[in-house]
Design a protein around this ligand. Structure first.
Ligand code: NDP
Length: 312
């Protein structure tokens, strides 16, 4: 990947896209759904024919939390399948040198040996709460490998764990745990309410700062050419309860956190194995520490509250 290469970032307006933007050169197109609806093949092909990307970071997806994934299960399957099929096919037709697509650790089988290893992605049913999104993402891996085998396309797939950072989605129906908590604490501070969180807070999860993921994606676009997916992300586990307490302190929240035990906890742990990335030269201490990353995210969210995605 050289400075003169044309780089297309699908999902350029999202959490990961915004973090990636500062690491790429002037010949980069950060795509939004307003510029091109990737569910539509004609629009996708026109965009690819006009821009003729050499490298594609394929980040665009219909993304949501448990509520949206369960309620709109058919939409999640159809829209993600269409977006992925169209982007890989258009990339092939214009002869892009390489495509890097994002999967997610939430597509791993529900019952799977820990820590999650790349070779187990297709080894069983995904968790029922997001099975349609998970299967659509798994097919992105299948299509990438099939195109490599038949057409010789250098298409790679990357599997991040839970992400957070600036420019996240704060819509309570679609958001992930960190932006949802930040929004709840901020609004409770404004209104003097207590805060209600789902479940017991006992589950442990891994979280990666979007700025760190961006650096890894650039590194893999340059240096990883294998057909098999690669897990990436900070493998330090935090309990949801510890996360809530850390965020409440950072947000100066003085009320009570009430844990709604009638809501499901989900899986207790979902640790991922990061050995493959480490074997390429990445190490755990290259990640921003959670204290710094969470504080930066809280400060940014408060400063930009009125314009946050899902709030405005
Ligand atoms: P966001 O929800 O923040 O952004 C989604 C992006 O996709 C937006 O830029 C949106 O454009 C674009 N998009 C959605 N639908 C379409 C469409 N029909 N046509 C064109 N563009 C579209 O996602 P993230 O940045 O959080 O996620 C990026 C990738 O990382 C996704 O593939 C996701 O599955 C994966 N991932 C995310 C994790 C997380 O915790 N966030 C965890 C693991 C994997 P617009 O805003 O203009 O509508």
């Amino acid at each position: 990947m050289n400075i003169s290469d044309r780089i297309l970032v699908t999902g350029g307006t999202g959490l990961v896209g915004k973090a990636l933007e500062s690491y790429l050169g002037d010949n980069t197109l950060m795509l939004s759904s307003k510029m091109c609806d990737l569910r539509d093949f004609e629009q996708t092909m026109k965009l690819f024919n006009d821009f003729k990307p050499n490298y594609v970071f394929h980040l665009a997806a219909k993304v949501g939390g448990v509520v949206a994934n369960t309620r709109y299960v058919g939409d999640f399957y159809r829209e993600n399948s269409m977006i992925n099929t169209n982007v890989l096919e258009a990339s092939r037709l214009v002869g892009a040198n390489k495509v890097l697509s994002l999967l997610s650790t939430c597509i791993y089988p529900d019952k799977c040996p820990y820590p999650l290893r790349e070779e187990d992605i297709h080894a069983g049913e995904p968790h029922a709460s997001n099975f349609a999104y998970a299967y659509a993402k798994r097919m992105l891996d299948v299509q990438s490998r099939a195109y490599r085998q038949q057409y010789g396309c250098n298409y790679i797939t990357v599997v991040p764990n839970n992400l957070f950072g600036k420019h996240d989605n704060y819509d309570l129906e679609n958001s992930h745990v960190i932006p949802a908590m930040i929004r709840k604490f901020h609004e409770a501070n404004m209104n003097g309410h207590d805060v209600i969180m789902w479940g017991s807070g006992a589950p442990m999860r891994e979280f990666t700062y979007s700025e760190d993921l961006a650096k890894i994606l650039v590194f893999l676009m340059r240096d990883y050419d294998e057909p098999t997916p690669i897990n990436v992300g900070n493998t330090l586990e935090l309990s949801i309860k510890d996360l809530a307490e850390t965020l409440s302190e950072m947000m100066n929240f003085k009320g009570n956190i009430i844990w709604d035990l009638s809501k499901p906890d989900g899986q207790l742990r979902k640790p991922s194995n990061g050995d493959k990335l480490i074997s390429l030269g990445w190490s755990q201490d290259m990640y921003t520490d959670h204290e710094t990353a969470l504080r930066e995210t809280c400060d940014w969210s408060v400063k930009n509250y009125k314009n946050l995605r899902g709030v405005k």
